[in-house]
Design a protein around this ligand. Structure first.
Ligand code: PLP
Ligand code: LYS
Length: 465
């Protein structure tokens, strides 16, 4: 368990926060492991890729997601290099636009998409269809037609109904569908219950335990319009305890060997999914790609050896670990409100110009984030602060607890790191708030990746009645 999961509160001078959150000696200082590689403070002002956040806010407004392109590319490359000989699929659901699709392609990664929309982005970015994998527990016929017509390299089958659908579409198109079977490895991954996917009682995959996975394999092997690449396991997301990956790897290698023994067919591939955790606060201590690779290699090699089968071609699908740490969200402060708590403590509520529409993770998963005053330095004593959004919802919290300078004021900029994954990609228009812009910074230049949505664009959907 990570320390902050204990969730205890403790008293500070006039404030109250979780036990794990220490009052920093210098609230202006950045905790390096929480920030993209090129982020630093220059005279108190946050800069990324050599660009000041003051310039970004002036030119692009707030809230804006700021992506450190070099950091993103370096993380992608680190996975490719650590998992040399394996295929690394970037899980586009973390954050996909044509720029990130192009970056991962240029860095030698493949791409995992899970809807026709994500597929459209990947194809528009020029990612070769052969290097795209299609996921999803309810792929529509239309999505399958698009994927098979485009010639995607693999489709990860999630149900028996989907096998029927693929057979129909592949037969009509006269193509062979290259498929993997998503299996439920029966692992209780240590993460939030909403993002654990390998225990039996959830919607993804076919169970190894009750034999459905093996039945699906049998059906696929009997189907002339399908080619079985292998089995696929993804145990969940934001996972630190590598034992979950190890147990899952053991079980899927076991199934792989069973397919060889029972059906006399050797699947050429095996996918162990993504889910590698990142640091959102000082309490998180993620493994490096090299550590993950070493552990996973060892376990797969050992299991294959023990079962007397050759190592298949292996693949993984990291999303968050590539996109998450590369990005921070820049907000402008609109109101500052001290709120008295029971027992005489106070908490300062700072409202910013975004919220759960650009980062739903705190509300959805009770996620923890950190932040910093980005537009200036301050010598004022830090105070326990909660960063909240502008939505009509008491749970519209972005950062539950952080020590920020006590003189934080209207028009200051604050930056929240670790927002590159599952923030813009899960953004909504709640309260008719337009979706925020995304910019890339690199070597002193800012490039717009996704422009800010406009009110007119939102209103264009409202065709009247
Ligand atoms: C099938 C599959 N692969 C890969 C991922 C990527 O997970 P993460 O972003 O945690 O690496 C997900 C999301 O959980 C997923 O569902
Ligand atoms: N969206 C989740 C993770 C689910 C990943 C997709 N299967 C998050 O923000 O942590």
């Amino acid at each position: 368990m990570r320390a902050h999961e204990a969730g205890a509160l403790h008293g500070q001078a006039g404030t109250r926060g979780p036990a794990w959150l220490d009052q920093p000696d210098d609230p202006n200082a950045l905790v390096p492991q929480l920030w993209p590689a090129t982020v630093t403070k220059v005279d108190g002002v946050l800069t990324a890729g050599g660009v000041s956040v003051l310039d970004i806010a002036r030119e692009y407004g707030t809230p804006t997601y700021v992506v450190d392109e070099q950091d993103f590319r370096d993380r992608a490359r680190a996975f490719r290099e650590a998992f040399v000989g394996w295929d690394v699929y970037y899980a586009g659901k973390a954050f996909l636009c044509t720029a990130t699709a192009r970056w991962v392609d240029e860095e030698g990664l493949n791409l995992d998409v899970c809807t026709a929309g994500e597929l459209a982005v990947a194809l528009r970015a020029g990612v070769p269809a052969k290097r795209i994998g299609l996921h999803g527990n309810n792929k529509s016929r239309r999505e399958l037609v698009r994927a098979l017509d485009a010639g995607v390299g693999r489709i990860i089958v999630d149900s028996h109904a989907e096998i029927d659908r693929i057979v129909e579409v592949a037969t009509e198109l006269g193509v062979t569908a290259r498929v993997m079977v998503r299996v439920t490895a029966g692992v209780e991954a240590h993460t939030h219950e909403y993002i654990a996917t390998a225990h039996e009682d959830q919607k993804f995959g076919l169970s190894i335990t009750d034999g459905q996975a093996l039945d699906a394999v049998r059906r696929i092997l009997d189907e002339p319009s399908m080619a079985l690449l292998g089995v696929h396991s993804h145990i969940g997301s934001q996972i630190f305890d590598t034992s979950g990956f190890e147990v899952a790897a053991r079980r899927v290698v076991g199934l792989h060997a069973q397919i060889i023994k029972e059906y006399g067919y050797t699947p050429p591939e095996l996918d162990l999914g993504g889910g590698f955790g990142i640091a959102y606060t000082t309490q998180d201590d993620p493994s490096t790609p090299a550590q993950l690779a070493a552990g996973m290699r060892e376990i797969v090699a050992y299991e294959c050896g023990a079962l007397g089968v050759a190592m298949p071609r292996l693949s993984i699908e990291p999303g968050r670990a590539i996109a998450g740490p590369s990005t921070f969200t820049l907000y402008e402060v609109g109101t500052v409100k001290p709120v008295a708590l029971d027992g005489g403590a106070t908490r300062t509520y700072v409202s910013v110009d975004g919220g759960m529409s650009d980062n739903i993770r705190t509300a959805l998963y009770d996620a923890d984030y950190s932040c910093t005053l980005a537009s200036r330095g301050s010598e004022v004593e830090p105070t326990l602060t909660r960063i909240v959004g502008k939505h009509c919802e008491a749970g519209d919290i972005i950062v539950k607890d952080e020590f920020l300078p006590g003189d934080l004021a209207i028009a200051d900029l604050v930056a929240v790191p670790g927002t590159g994954a599952y923030c813009r990609s899960m953004a909504s228009n709640y309260n008719h708030v337009p979706k925020a812009a995304v910019v890339a910074v690199r070597e002193g230049e800012v490039r717009l990746m996704l422009r800010r949505e406009t009110e007119d664009e939102m209103l264009a959907l409202d065709v009247g009645y």
